[in-house]
Ligand binder design. Structure first.
Ligand code: AHR
Length: 668
């Protein structure tokens, strides 16, 4: 039997508890700055740590994932400027006797000059039934659902009349799910013309494709083809099911767009925000050479800010600092990159009349986005010009935007930084046993200097499988350690958030999806246990007994005006553990605690994972928590992560009521 003692001395120590807590939560909603409530070293601290999400373009998290655009390579630009004829994954409907397809540089859009040319060699007598043309399978099949609407837009030009079918079909084209004809005279389409149709699906196919076909002889040019589901979050273009998985974790910030995506293997392939704003048709797209796929950049700088706002999270923008994996801009020449970062901030925060704020306004957003955190580069600390470049960025940003918090790539957890910063970035990918033992990692970190931002953590290697319970348990222990050190670790976010299972470029990830389905890995579910930790209050707790495989913590938090204590415990060992919890410090005349809910994440085998066939094999299970008197005795199953919610209530509330007003006035 292990004993956990919790101390909850609020009522005894702080008479102004209610109002002060109200301030805390209100403040926390705005963003997330750690503020210590009592002097450091006392046993009560207020958690402003914001536990959150990181959205980097990796594994098709955005293109072919959260960004709901169904067409892949919509402008026929994939491959970049050096291989302009790469139309993959577009394919041809018909054969060489009926159609000839090529690309040329005749697009009306200056930044993406490539267009598709179809020479249709057959006519209504000779063309195969259904016509000839091209199709796009999207990202390993489009999810088309019966009754749902899809907006298809594209640009077309021709030397003659056109009669074009725009259809959503089954994966092999044999079944038509929705179709509309576009008929126009030569004079209408002699110049590039935008065409739009709304398709309503009369069937469901998770692997559907978009076809543009015709049985009319002639030459047709096509460019910038988009197919968007009408039903996206707030109409903002985010795939609803993936968006909801993010919301459920209550993220307080979103770090975007990378990761290494920001850096590129080469600077020429790095994410450069200016190429990702403005009308979608005009964005050139780019080849992300770290994760080796093309993005049309529909999810661009603007959309990332919109996403953060829609989710109620603070945006943390990571930008390129003149450094990629293989090339660097020396400090003396870095000013254009600095200006680009300043412009990117102005795009988000500037008023609608400012140079870059006006670009945002032209995209439909007059009022600025709230941007308070930026990170200068990603994992670049050891690079030759990092520190030199960093200082130039730091000074320029602080001068223009003194309130913006700046995140350095250099780890300040073991020795002080030699440059100014508000936060330092900390990444950790390691084995399960090693991450579990890093529960104490920040215990001895200096409390002076910048705060820690643990922006990437996960178990990797064979312990991780493709999302194992073992990995999740080690991560839970590590997170408990961060929670206990939240006076210095203000922010934490997991390894990549999403993976499209058709193109897994990084493992492990929190949410696995394909065109139509998704599931959370055990690591995702661990993060759900911490959803209430932001803005909550850490309680002093002591574990007594002998178990090196147990890690536990306790917080108090509020829900619907009620106060709760949440005890979280990881049993990393192969035997069950009996845990007795003693809550001390409550004034027995005022407060009592009673059981409320217990939640347990475990499985029969520690390497168990979720999958599309068993998406809920390893998920938390909730049940009623029975509690006799003030003490709680619980069993922690082998290899498990558990939480126990205790409701704090007035001890007098259940007494025979003689004076109800005095009773309620004592309730906190
Ligand atoms: O999270 C996956 C990658 O790991 C990130 O892109 C990079 O920052 C880290 O190396």
């Amino acid at each position: 039997m292990l004993l956990m003692e919790l101390d909850d001395p609020f009522l005894k120590r702080f008479s102004g508890y209610s109002s002060r807590f109200a301030n805390v939560t209100a403040f926390n909603r705005f963003s997330a700055i750690y503020a210590i409530w009592s002097n450091y070293g006392l046993d009560i601290t207020v958690l402003y740590a914001i536990w959150s999400k990181r959205l980097q373009e990796i594994n098709h998290a955005g293109a072919g994932g959260l960004w709901a655009e169904l067409v892949s390579n919509r402008g026929f630009e994939a491959g970049g400027q050096n291989t302009p004829s790469n139309i993959w994954p577009w394919s041809i409907v018909g054969d060489q006797s009926s159609i000839y397809v090529a690309t040329d540089r005749s697009s009306l859009f200056e930044r993406n000059k490539i267009a598709l040319r179809m020479d249709v060699l057959c006519d209504s007598n000779g063309c195969p039934s259904g016509g000839v043309g091209v199709y796009n399978p999207g990202y390993w099949g489009m999810n088309i659902e019966e009754g749902k609407k899809y907006k298809v837009a594209f640009y077309v030009r021709s030397t003659g009349d056109i009669d074009l079918s725009v259809s959503l079909t089954s994966s092999n084209g044999s079944l038509t799910l929705a179709s509309e004809n576009i008929i126009a005279s030569a004079s209408d389409v002699s110049k590039w013309t935008k065409k739009e149709v709304l398709l309503v699906a009369k069937g469901t196919d998770h692997g559907a494709r978009l076809q543009l076909t015709t049985s009319k002889k002639g030459s047709i040019w096509i460019d910038q083809v988009s197919a968007m589901p009408v039903d996206t979050y707030k109409g903002h273009g985010f795939r609803n099911d993936l968006f909801q998985m993010m919301v459920d974790i209550k993220p307080r910030f979103i770090r975007f767009p990378g990761g290494c995506f920001v850096e590129g293997e080469w600077l020429s392939n790095a994410f450069r925000w200016k190429e990702t704003v403005g009308p979608w048709e005009e964005r050139p797209g780019h080849f992300g050479d770290v994760w080796k796929y093309w993005t049309d950049d529909g999810l661009g700088h603007f959309e990332f800010f919109q996403l953060a706002e829609d989710i109620g999270a603070a945006p943390i923008w990571v930008f390129n600092n003149g450094i990629s994996h293989n090339d660097e801009v020396e400090t003396a020449s870095v000013m254009p990159f600095v200006q680009e970062a300043l412009d990117g901030i102005e795009f988000a925060r500037g008023d609608a009349n400012s140079t870059w704020g006006s670009v945002r306004a032209a995209m439909g957003r007059q009022e600025p986005f709230e941007l308070k955190y930026v990170a200068i580069g990603n994992e670049d600390c050891g690079k030759t010009y990092y520190k030199g470049n960093y200082i130039v960025f730091y000074n320029a940003i602080k001068k223009a935007y003194p309130d913006i918090k700046i995140i350095s790539n250099c780890d300040g957890s073991s020795r002080p930084l030699d440059h100014p910063a508000d936060y330092y970035d900390y990444h950790i990918y390691t084995s399960a046993s090693s991450l579990f033992s890093m529960y104490h990692q920040f215990d001895r970190t200096s409390r002076n200097g910048p705060k820690a931002f643990v922006s990437e953590y996960a178990v990797t290697g064979k312990d991780a499988g493709t999302g194992s319970l073992l990995a999740a348990l080690a991560e839970a222990a590590f997170l408990i350690g961060l929670e206990k050190n939240s006076d210095i670790v203000e922010m934490a976010s997991y390894a990549p958030l999403f993976v499209n299972t058709n193109d897994r470029r990084w493992n492990p990830d929190a949410i696995v999806f394909n065109s139509s389905h998704l599931y959370g890995t055990p690591s995702y579910w661990v993060q759900r246990f911490f959803a209430e930790s932001s803005g909550s209050t850490l309680l002093a707790s002591t574990l007594k007994g002998n178990s090196s495989s147990l890690v536990a913590s306790a917080i108090t938090w509020q829900n619907n005006g009620k106060d709760y204590i949440r005890i979280k415990a990881v049993n990393f060992g192969a035997s069950s553990v009996n845990l007795k919890v003693l809550v001390t410090g409550l004034d027995p005349n005022v407060m009592k605690v009673s059981g409320s809910k217990k939640t347990i994440l475990t499985s029969t085998n520690v390497m168990d994972e979720n999958s599309f066939t068993q998406p809920e094999k390893v998920v938390p299970h909730e049940s009623l928590l029975e509690m006799a008197e003030e003490d709680l005795t619980v069993i922690l199953p082998p290899h498990s992560f558990s939480s126990f919610d205790l409701l704090k209530e007035s001890a007098k509330i259940r007494m025979p009521i003689s004076d109800s007003s005095s009773t309620s006035s004592q309730k906190v």
